[in-house]
Design a protein around this ligand. Structure first.
Ligand SMILES: [Zn+2]
Length: 371
C-alpha cells in the first residue's frame, strides 16, 4: 500500500508532497477553502474545483446543529450531500466552541458544555462526540477536539489547555472511525516555548495520521507567531502532513510554507469578497474606492479566473456598490483563484529549489499597494 503522505521535494524547510485520502490525492502545500455550512459561500463546488481547490474544509459545529450530522449521514454523507466528490477535512468543533466564548457554560476534563448559537440549547461536546459527528459526516480527515485558549491568557490557563488537549486527543484516538478516515491531532501552547514544545511532543507521540498547529493566528503578535511556527513545525514528524489551522492571507501562507507546513485553511477569500475587496499581486484593493469607477482593467492582470477574464474593475465596483449578488460571486471566484494560484506557484518553486526567491518576489510586490 502506498503511504498516506510522501514528501517528494524539499527546499529549506519547505516541502512539496502528496497526501492520499479516500477521495483522492492532494498535492501539498495545499490551501483548503472553508465550506462552513456545507458550501463555500456563493460558489458551486464545480467552480471551486475548477479554481484549483483540491480539498475542502467542513465545520463540525455548524453541520452538527444544522441540518444535523445524522441527517447528513442518512443522506449518504457530506460528499454526496454537497456534491463534492473530492477530499474533505472536518474540524472538530473545538475552535468554534472556544471562539464563541460567551456561550460556554463549563469546561472540564470530560468535555465542554455550551449553548448552541442557533437556538441556545445546552450542548455537550466530548472527544467521543467529535469523533462520532465526523464519522457521520464521512470526512476524509477528522480533527481531534482541542481546547483553544484566547491569545494572551495566563500561563496557567494555557497549560490547562495543553494538558486537556492531550487528554482529549488520547480519548479520541480510541474512538471508532469509519474505514479510510484519517485522523489528525492538534497541538496547543500558544507562543509559549515550553508549553508549545510539550504539546507538540505529546501529540506527536500519539502517532496520528497528521498533525496540526492550533491556537495560533488568533490575535497574537504576527512576528512571534511566525517565529513559533518555524520551530514548532520542525518538531512535528517529518513523514506526516503538517496543518496550520486558520491562515490564509498571502504573506501568512508563504511564511508557513517556508516553515514546513503542508496544509492551511481560511475563510479569507469569501470573507474578503463580502467586504468588496480583491486580493491582487500588488496587495488588497477595495472596489468601493472611487478610483475604480472608470477602471477598465481586470481585478488582477495576471489572473485567469472567470472574473478577470471577462469583467472590469469598474463593473465589479458597480455590482459591489449596488449589493448585487454577482459582485460577491465574482470577488469570491477571484480571491479563491488568487490563493490556489499563489499556493500552486509555491509548490512549483519548491520543486525546482526556488522557493526563497518566489516568496521574496511575491511579498515585495504585496507590500507596495494596500488600499
Ligand atoms: Zn481573477
Amino acid at each position: 500500500m502506498r503511504p498516506v503522505f510522501e514528501v517528494h521535494a524539499t527546499d529549506g524547510a519547505a516541502r512539496a508532497g502528496v497526501l492520499r485520502t479516500a477521495h483522492g490525492e492532494v498535492r501539498t502545500p495545499a490551501f483548503m477553502p472553508v465550506g462552513t455550512k456545507g458550501t463555500v459561500k456563493s460558489l458551486d463546488p464545480d467552480e471551486v474545483h475548477d479554481l484549483g481547490a483540491q480539498i475542502l474544509l467542513g465545520n463540525t459545529y455548524h453541520l452538527h446543529f444544522r441540518p444535523g450530522d445524522e441527517v447528513i449521514r442518512d443522506l449518504g454523507g457530506l460528499h454526496r450531500f454537497m456534491a463534492w466528490d473530492l477530499p474533505i477535512l472536518t474540524d472538530s468543533g473545538g475552535f468554534q466552541v472556544f471562539s464563541l466564548r460567551d456561550t460556554i457554560a463549563r469546561v472540564d476534563d470530560e468535555g465542554v458544555t455550551f449553548r448552541s448559537v442557533y437556538d441556545g440549547a445546552s450542548t455537550h461536546f466530548s472527544p467521543e462526540l467529535a469523533a462520532a459527528i465526523q464519522a457521520n459526516l464521512g470526512s476524509d480527515i477528522a480533527m481531534c477536539l482541542d481546547q483553544v485558549p484566547a491569545a494572551g491568557v495566563s500561563r496557567r490557563d494555557l497549560e490547562a489547555a495543553v494538558r486537556r488537549t492531550t487528554l482529549w486527543a488520547e480519548r479520541q484516538r480510541s474512538a471508532p472511525r469509519p474505514d479510510g478516515q484519517l485522523r489528525f491531532g492538534i497541538t496547543q501552547g500558544g507562543v509559549d516555548a515550553e508549553l508549545r514544545r510539550r504539546s507538540t511532543e505529546e501529540i506527536a507521540g500519539l502517532e496520528f495520521d497528521g498533525n496540526a498547529i492550533g491556537g495560533l493566528a488568533i490575535g497574537e503578535d504576527r512576528d512571534v507567531m511566525f517565529e513559533t511556527t518555524d520551530w514548532a513545525a520542525a518538531l512535528l514528524p517529518a513523514d506526516k502532513p503538517r496543518y496550520f489551522m486558520g491562515i490564509g492571507d498571502p504573506e501568512g501562507i508563504l511564511e508557513v510554507i517556508e516553515a514546513g507546513v503542508d496544509m492551511f485553511d481560511c475563510v479569507l477569500p469569501t470573507r474578503t469578497a463580502r467586504t468588496g475587496s480583491a486580493l491582487t499581486r500588488d496587495g488588497r484593493i477595495n472596489l468601493r474606492n472611487a478610483r475604480f469607477a472608470r477602471d477598465q482593467g481586470p481585478l488582477d492582470e495576471t489572473c485567469d479566473c472567470p472574473a478577470c477574464s471577462r469583467f472590469t474593475r469598474a463593473y465589479i465596483r458597480h455590482l459591489v456598490n449596488q449589493n448585487e449578488l454577482l459582485g460577491l460571486r465574482l470577488l469570491s471566484l477571484h480571491n479563491l483563484r488568487f490563493l490556489t494560484d499563489l499556493t500552486r506557484g509555491a509548490r512549483d518553486a519548491i520543486d525546482c529549489g526556488g522557493f526563497a526567491s518566489y516568496k521574496r518576489d511575491r511579498i515585495e510586490r504585496l507590500q507596495w499597494a494596500d488600499s
